[in-house]
Design a protein around this ligand. Structure first.
Ligand SMILES: Nc1ncnc2c1ncn2[C@@H]1O[C@H](COP(=O)(O)OP(=O)(O)O)[C@@H](O)[C@H]1O
Ligand SMILES: [Mg+2]
Length: 1050
């Protein structure tokens, strides 16, 4: 709670105030209110200030923050109280109740809605359908009850005009399985009249503005609230028409969801319409008639038709009820009696009293006229006024009962389902002081006195019991006990209500005035009662009209006018019978007492006051057996403006709600109490003996050790199970040292947790590496096995695994595989070479040299032929002149001393003068010779072999060769006259020469090009090849200094 409730927000609990004075209390209340903290505790009592604005305090997220938490763990909130009540009920199987009190507009109804929402949100996690249904009805019932029971008043735009106590039944799992609503004292006079700026019950406007045109027509209504006496006063008050319409829809929908049938909803609308029509009926005096029929008549007869139609009753009966009454006069005799002028004037007076003398609206016009014409015979029917309120009240009660019948816990057997537990939520009208206070205000204020009495009793009783239970000595606290005021009102025989009943039951014309006199005689010595009679100097009261009660919440002056009338059930049996006999079953169900026979009516029904008193006694009895939780609502200002706290106004409420006494009582003995284990859990870190866990004999001993270490043992008392802390300062000291240690503990926890996280990660990584290692190993093994398998047949001659494909090696084995590849190639070469005879080795070397030199640029280079080299000495190749050539060789060998002939062949040459000749080419290990075959192979030119630098050939099949030598013209020749013809010998020439140069350690430059550049005596030329199929022998031609070899094959 510390982080959310820093010192800048004031004290979250008034118990923590340094001094309990009104000033400090108000300062804290104001500070918190200004910071948006509308809730503050007094122990377990929640003080709530109406913010008059939407605050971001509610909703699913907020609910989640409070769910399952202790009261002190989070900032004060309604949810925390709801949660505490719910947990108490669930944990200990105790029935609990939440009593919400405060003035009108202090936020009681809103609070009760938040509580319901909380309970709905945290229950039924398993989404059982039946429980969901009950929750739905519970939530939806609010909307319906508000429509029929709430109205706009000057103090609150959505003021509840009835008291509500709602029981929610829970099964052993803590899910709501049913509920019951009790309603108290509906302010039914509101049906007839409202103060300026106020309205009738919402339901009327909702029907007028929300019903579809068709339905409205059927109800004989028009969409204009100003046309009806009962709604005219509030018609002009700004409420958005669209709002009213959507509310109407919402209410109708809610009714259907709850389980009202559409016929019932229709009946409800018809009853509301009938009430509106009744309000518009006016009367006039007629001459005809006589004592039986009376002298009154209705002016607008169609209204009677409408009422008869809407209530499904015979028209004549309706008219009769309005104009006459049936009186049972002893035995079985029944007399019809019409209203006379005298009675009418009584009725008129009574009406005036019912309404007070204030606002009349349009009715007022008639009334004023009536008053002016003293003794006038025109009057309104008394029943015409009493009936509408009674009808509305019955309607409201029927709605409540209907909802109850749906929410009833059905078919539950405690032996099978476990015991039901209950949470009650009481949202009842607060203490009320109006300019003129009447019977209703007396009831309301009496109710508040009763609840205050209960509050005092329970809070004190609880404290006392706890101290006793824990074996602690208790000292009394002074507080104002309002028991005598309660007595004043409800005491049998002498109490205000008893005297009133007496006055009502007495035959004859007991007036309000006589009632007042009786009160004066009974209570002249009562400290909380006074009147003008008893205190003649007090001009704020009027003689013969006012009396004053000093309520716990302040003085209230009541005017006795209308008390007797309001107390008496003045509805005649005729009307009850009329509605009981309606053919509309819904309406009929609202009037079960109409069933009584006319002769039975003499039995007097209970008075309103007695009924109310009984219901209050029952309510208080019901609450007293439950574990109570209190929400005390405070209204910050009279103007309903947000963020303004009117100090004087609040001070008064704080005073009469007894909040200061509450704080004192709470602190008198001990500011705080906590069970030992919970105390240890919270503070054990502040002591070395208790942190992290104590080794002492009991929690109590551990707590004692802890307190001794802090030197606080003098300020506490040890109960059997709880520790009682006397001053808040001790609590604050403990809290502070706890707050100092929390960061260290947090660090410790963080350290441990971080270490754990790191260890987890490390272990995971290790596992990963192990897996990787094993996987690699597996891959290597698999690869080697595969190599082995594939290369099993590699030793097979003649190819020695020539066609074997190497498998794809894993990356790690790639270098190994490359090495293997090389080794294998070498081995294979060795295997191949091993079998070649030494005589063939020179040829092989030459072929290899040719292959390397030509670099695959020339496709055909006679690789597959046996290379004979010295073709001029061969009889097959040179049959006519091999002998001559042999002689020449011999001569040259003697002269130049070469060892071997590298190559010899006939060639066709072309020189720089474009002269073409047949010549022979001889290549020894020492020289390159150009010979003349025609003249016994005489040497035409000899070039030392080491001067030969390179060779150029083409990529085709032709036998063109250009020899390049240092300081010599390039020699351009085409090998020819071979056997077989056009044999491919260029590669052989290249190979032997390259192998020879390689042996001598010098490089021979071999170029492959289809247009070979030439150098001849400093001139740049070139030679290329042209295929000529018709050409018999290869030959050269020249054009523009470019040579072309004409090659015979295509
Ligand atoms: N917690 C709240 N947050 C916002 N507005 C509120 C809150 N409580 C009450 N109000 C406002 O005050 C008005 C009167 O509240 P309501 O609960 O009807 O008073 P009460 O039932 O005590 O007469 C509401 O209509 C609403 O506008
Ligand atoms: Mg209310």
């Amino acid at each position: 709670m510390e982080d959310e409730e820093g010192p800048e927000y004031g004290k979250p609990d008034f118990v923590l105030l340094d001094q309990v004075t009104m000033e400090d209390f108000m300062k804290n209340l104001k500070l918190r209110f200004e910071k948006g903290r509308i809730y503050t505790y007094i122990g377990e009592v929640l003080v709530s200030v109406n913010p008059y604005q939407e605050l971001p305090l509610y909703g699913p997220e907020a609910i989640a923050r409070y769910q399952g938490r202790e009261l002190y763990e989070r900032p004060p909130h309604l949810y925390a109280v709801a949660n505490a009540a719910y947990r108490m009920m669930k944990r200990r199987s105790r029935d609990t109740c939440i009593v919400i009190s405060g003035e009108s507009g202090a936020g009681k109804t809103e609070a009760s809605k938040h509580i319901m929402q909380y309970i709905a949100a945290v229950t039924n996690p398993s989404q059982r359908a039946e429980v969901e249904r009950v929750k739905d009805v519970l939530l939806k019932s609010t909307c319906v009850l508000e429509s029929f029971g709430n109205a706009r008043t000057n103090r609150n735009h959505n003021s509840s005009r009835f008291g509500k106590y709602m029981d929610i039944n829970f099964d052993f799992k803590g899910d709501p399985v049913g509920g019951h609503i009790h309603s108290y004292l509906l302010e039914k006079s509101r049906v007839l009249k409202q103060h300026v700026g106020e309205r009738n019950f919402h339901a009327f406007y909702q029907v007028l503005r929300g019903c579809e045109d068709e339905e409205l027509h059927a109800l004989h209504l028009e969409r204009n609230a100003a046309l009806y006496n009962f709604t005219r006063q509030g018609a002009g008050l700004s409420t958005l028409e669209s709002d009213e319409k959507s509310h109407h829809q919402a209410v109708t929908e809610a009714m259907l969801v709850i389980g009202f049938s559409s016929e019932e909803v229709g009946s409800v609308h018809r009853i509301l319409a009938a009430i509106l029509h009744l309000g518009n009926i006016e009367f006039e005096e007629t001459e005809e008639g006589g004592p039986e029929q009376g002298t009154l008549a209705v002016t607008k007869e169609e209204l009677v038709d409408y009422v008869a139609e809407l209530t499904a009753t015979p028209r004549e009966m309706v008219l009769h009820c309005l104009l006459a009454r049936t009186v049972a006069s002893g035995g079985r005799e029944v007399i019809e009696k019409g209203y006379t002028a005298a009675e009418a004037s009584y009725a008129r007076d009574a009406c005036a009293k019912v309404f007070g003398v204030q606002q009349w609206g349009a009715l007022g016009e008639t009334e004023k006229a009536l008053r002016e014409e003293a003794g006038s015979e025109i009057a309104r029917s008394r029943q015409a006024l009493v009936c509408p309120q009674a009808m509305y009240q019955r309607l409201f009660e029927w709605v409540v009962n209907r909802i109850n019948s749906v929410m009833e816990t059905r078919g539950r057997d405690p032996r099978r389902d476990g015991k039901d537990t209950v949470i009650g939520v009481l949202d009842i009208y607060g203490f009320e002081v109006l300019p003129v206070n009447s019977f209703e205000q007396l009831c309301i204020n009496y109710c508040n006195e009763k609840l205050q009495q209960l509050f005092i009793q329970l809070i004190l009783k609880q404290e006392q019991e706890e101290y006793e239970r824990e074996g602690i000595t208790w000292q009394t606290v002074q507080y104002f006990n309002n028991a005598s005021i309660v007595e004043l009102v409800e005491r049998p025989h002498r109490g205000v209500l008893a005297v009133l009943d007496e006055a009502c039951s007495t035959a004859g014309t007991i007036t309000d005035r006589i009632f007042l006199q009786t009160l004066d005689t009974h209570h002249r010595h009562h400290a909380h009662y006074t009147s003008r009679q008893l205190c003649p100097t007090d001009k704020t009261m009027e003689f013969g009209r006012d009396f004053r009660i000093k309520h716990y919440a302040g003085d209230v002056t009541y005017s006795v006018e209308g008390f007797i009338d309001k107390n008496r059930d003045s509805l005649f049996q005729d009307f009850k019978r009329l509605l009981y006999n309606s053919t509309d079953p819904t309406l009929r169900a609202m009037w079960p007492d109409g069933q009584q026979d006319i002769t039975e009516v003499t039995k007097r029904p209970l008075t309103a006051g007695t009924l109310f008193k009984n219901s209050m006694v029952a309510l208080v009895e019901n609450l007293a057996v439950k574990e109570p939780f209190y929400i005390r609502c405070i209204k910050p200002n009279e103007d309903k403006v947000p963020a303004r706290l009117d100090e004087a106004h609040c001070r008064h409420q704080v005073a009469y709600l007894g909040l200061l006494e509450n704080v004192r009582v709470r602190r008198a003995g001990f500011a705080s109490r906590q069970p030992y284990p919970r105390f240890l859990l919270r503070y054990k870190m502040t002591c070395e003996y208790t942190w992290p866990n104590h080794l002492l004999g009991s929690d109590r001993a551990a707590v004692s050790a802890l307190l001794e270490q802090h030197g606080l043992q003098g300020d506490v008392a040890f109960g059997h199970t709880k520790l009682f802390i006397r001053s808040p300062r001790t609590l604050v000291t403990l809290e502070q040292s706890r707050a100092r240690l929390i960061p260290i503990i947090v660090l410790l926890l963080q350290k441990a947790w971080r270490g754990t996280l790191a260890r987890w990660r490390c272990r995971k990584l290790r596992a990963v590496y192990t897996i990787m290692r094993w996987f690699r190993r597996h891959k290597v093994r698999a690869h080697l096995a595969e190599l082995q398998r594939r290369f099993q047949a590699a030793r097979q001659p003649p190819h020695y695994g020539r066609d074997l494909v190497w498998p794809q090696a894993p990356t790690v084995l790639q270098p190994f595989q490359d090495t293997c590849h090389t080794l294998f190639s070498r081995w294979r070469a060795r295997q191949l070479v091993k079998n070649i005879p030494p005589s063939d080795m020179a040829q092989i070397k030459a072929k290899v040299a040719a292959m390397v030199a030509l670099q695959e640029l020339r496709q055909e280079w006679g690789c597959r032929r046996a290379w004979a080299r010295d073709y001029l000495s061969s009889a097959t190749d040179n049959p006519t002149a091999s002998g001559l050539f042999a002689q020449r060789l011999k001569t040259l060998q003697d002269k130049d001393g070469f060892k071997i002939v590298l190559f010899s062949s006939h060639v066709r040459k072309v020189n720089r003068f474009n002269k073409r000749r047949d010549r022979a080419l001889l290549l020894t290990d020492r020289h390159l010779y150009k010979l003349e075959p025609g003249r016994q192979y005489r040497v035409m030119r000899a070039v030392p072999l080491d001067a030969v630098t390179g060779l150029s050939v083409t990529s085709g099949r032709d036998q063109l060769v250009v020899l390049h030598a240092k300081g010599q013209d390039d020699l351009v020749v085409c090998l020819h006259r071979s056997q077989p013809p056009l044999d491919n010998r260029v590669g052989e020439l290249v190979g032997v020469l390259a192998a020879h140069c390689q042996g001598e350690g010098r490089k021979l430059e071999v170029r492959v090009s289809d247009c070979i550049p030439l150098r001849q005596r400093g001139n740049q030329r070139s030679v290329s090849v042209e295929a000529r199929p018709e050409q018999p022998e290869p030959d050269f031609c020249c054009s523009h200094g470019t040579f072309t070899l004409l090659w015979p094959s295509p």
